[in-house]
Design a binder for this molecule. Structure first.
Ligand SMILES: *Cc1c(COP(=O)(O)O)cnc(C)c1O
Length: 493
């Protein structure tokens, strides 16, 4: 396949070893020793700034790498000039200090992208986390009595108010919430679930495996497409601990289908003196339909329908930090909270601070589309997204040059994290493709790579022989515009 040769793009940090002019190669014994390197003026300055330990370690590594090149007769003399050595060492030291976790620009079109950290924290939560982490706090201390307190109490009343639950507790994520609820309420007993709801979500969360880990026995009823009330009725016996419903968040069963809704299932469970629990997955706390978005079931509706315990995520549609929220009947929540696993799955003060500040935003629902980034992005006006695409297009076209075409396009984004898997969000962005070579997969891969290697990596997606950048999640075009200058055309391949 023919590449548009001049158009391969690299991030600015990509090195371009010069092979042009043949030079005398450095022999291994001509390399400076560690001591001499560290006494070069630039290196002395590095030690003064960063300390001896880090600079020495990197100097050793640099010399070892140079020695390898020298042994292979591939080290031109220019590479060991003092200023070149100093620069190389400084680069190594700075690279070493770079955190592995970095901010990126999510232009994938998926708002809650699990690989990119799901929900963005609201400003209020960031501020609160910062304040709570810098000082001691009352994480488990009751300021009224001066006695030991319970960390759950920081968010419990808020969660109860927002969902109508009697009680609530929090663990590390929703997978933990399901695991803990089952371990506490159904250990060594049976849990009845419809075959249509045996979910696998990304990252190896498979409901049957979670059940096994919790020490419960899964009893499957119904078929993949149809499960009836009588299927549950027939399966109930003296070993049954509870009936469970799982929200099929990342897929849909369509066509000739039947399932038993929460109200009906709760009625069956309660007639047999059993609890009914629901794993909601995403669990929005407000009805997204109010903003013209597709509907996602709410925990408060599940509780009203008769569910005794509902579990859902903190960093999906709720728009907060990673967390697993468990709300429901007080006696059951108490059993869940007292289980030894709760201690292993408990949340940190960092997470609780973020969660509390996020939940408080829901006390003012009219302001949510401003205050909660997840909802702000999901409800962003199409015209606004298109305007961002237009603002970025000329600079990007100029940077890529005449061999690439950069065009505004209508796109279909998605919510992500399993929410409403088949619903699409009308969105807008830019499509990039080589002008000549049709379907040039390699050029597209190289451009995607160059974008990923920018100081603030830009993540798009390749589809239909184009690299697509969805602008829904780029609220500040200057963030991207500031990166474009770092894209470099590399003409030699
Ligand atoms: C996302 C999801 C989970 C797991 O939640 P995490 O917070 O990612 O651990 C469990 N069940 C369902 C139905 C989900 O959609």
């Amino acid at each position: 396949m023919v590449l548009p040769k001049e158009s391969v793009v690299h991030g600015s940090q990509a090195s371009h070893p010069s092979r042009a002019t043949p030079q005398t190669d450095v022999q291994p014994h001509e390399l400076p020793g560690l001591d001499r390197l560290l006494h070069l003026p630039g290196c002395v300055a590095l030690v003064a700034e960063h300390g001896h330990r880090l600079v020495t370690d990197e100097a050793r590594a640099l010399l070892a790498a140079l020695r390898k090149q020298a042994v292979a007769q591939q080290l031109p003399a220019s590479q060991i000039a003092p200023d070149v050595l100093t620069t190389a060492l400084a680069q190594r030291v700075l690279a070493r200090l770079q955190p592995a976790m970095r901010t990126v620009l999510n232009l994938t079109g998926t708002v809650l992208h699990t690989n990119l950290g799901r929900a963005l924290l609201p400003e209020a939560a960031i501020v609160h986390v910062q304040a709570m982490m810098a000082q001691p706090n009352n994480l488990e201390y009751d300021l009224a009595s001066g006695q030991r307190g319970d960390r759950d109490s920081i968010v419990e009343s808020l969660l109860c108010q927002l969902t109508g639950a009697e009680a609530a507790t929090v663990v590390n994520n929703n997978a933990a919430a399901v695991l803990l609820s089952l371990a506490a309420l159904a250990k060594d007993r049976e849990v009845i679930v419809s075959r249509g709801e045996l979910v696998e979500i990304g990252g190896a969360f498979r409901l049957p495996d979670v059940m096994e880990s919790a020490g419960t026995r899964l009893v499957e009823v119904g078929t993949t497409n149809r499960t009836h009330a009588r299927d549950y009725e027939h399966a109930i016996c003296e070993r049954t601990a509870l009936l469970m419903k799982v929200h099929t968040s990342n897929y849909v069963v369509q066509g000739f289908t039947a399932s038993v809704d929460e109200t009906a299932l709760a009625t069956i469970a309660h007639a047999h003196n059993l609890p009914m629990i629901t794993d909601l997955g995403s669990g929005a706390l407000v009805d997204l339909a109010a903003w013209g978005l597709p509907r996602e079931p709410l925990p408060q509706e599940m509780l009203r329908a008769g569910c005794d315990v509902v579990t859902f995520s903190g960093d999906k549609l709720l728009g907060g930090p990673q967390a697993g929220l468990i709300v429901g009947r007080r006696d059951l929540i108490d059993r869940i909270r007292r289980h030894p696993l709760k201690r292993a799955l408990r949340v940190s003060k960092l997470l609780l601070a973020a969660l509390e500040a996020t939940l408080r935003l829901y006390l003012r629902p009219e302001r949510l589309t401003q205050d909660l980034p997840t909802l702000r992005l999901l409800t962003r006006a199409l015209a606004d997204i298109e305007a961002t695409a237009s603002a970025v297009q000329p600079a990007l076209q100029a940077a890529l040059g005449p061999l690439w075409r950069v065009e505004p396009v209508a796109l279909q984004g998605q919510i992500g994290s399993g929410s409403l898997p088949i619903e699409r969000l009308p969105s807008a962005g830019l499509a990039m493709a080589p002008v000549q070579a049709k379907g040039n997969g390699r050029a597209l891969e190289q451009l995607a790579e160059a974008l990923r290697h920018l100081p603030m990596p830009v993540i798009g997606r390749i589809a239909d022989d184009r690299l697509l950048l969805d602008m829904r999640c780029l609220e500040d075009a200057s963030l991207f515009l500031g990166q474009i200058g770092h894209l470099r055309l590399c003409s030699k391949r």
